[in-house]
Design a protein. Sequence first.
Length: 272
Amino acid sequence: MTAPLIELQRVSKYFGTVIALKEVSFDLKAGEVHCLLGDNGAGKSTLIKILSGVHVPDEGAILVAGEPARFGSPRETLDRGIATVYQDLALVPLMSVARNFFLGREPMRRLGPIRQLDIDYANRTAWRELRDMGIELRDPEQPVGTLSGGERQCLAIARAIHFGAKVLILDEPTSALGVHQASIVLKLVVESRARGLGVIFISHNVHHAYVVGDRFTILKRGRSAGTYARSDISRDQLLHLMAGGKELVDLEAEIARLSTSASSRRKPGPIQ
């Protein structure tokens, strides 16, 4: 069988006495969306930073295409085809769409001894790549700040794919979006999977994750609470596991008790 695009084997990370991750195992196959779910403080951010080369694990191993790998910087992960799209997107709002698309990798042309930005190539390429992703630009020279949140996410993802990403790590890509904008991003995730990319979809929104996910790994307090195929778990079961099972049941009972108590206090007394 083909080796996973990327695999973590019993990875741990400590910050002094704080256990950020403890023996977490995780893998991603080509043409798969693997959702990483967890509440705030579950360890998602630390895992992202390990996968993107910001942090080095203290224990465990990382394999890329079946071969041991050790990333010393985000540049090294990009060179291996692993691109991370963070929530802040690393876009410059006042710069054009095309300039943002090639930010840090600007296409240059030479006019005698002078090298200058090939803006025509940048505009054509950015427009074409976004069109192929289903985003119709009014003008590739329009400022990124004029795009919607969903369109900005699509720009960041299209940029990563254009520059050869085989693995996309999406950090809460729909968390700040409305329903329509979130649907645009979710469609793009499915399109990326159809192209054969592996997508790691990090989220605390089970409803969005379940729409696109093939497998789901749940993190709780830095540890894995299990990995489940979509065919083996329902949306409600996934939500129940992520929310803490018994904790959610206790919360529902407490809310019901408080609602009953408040209702009884609102009952009008007899008319005098």
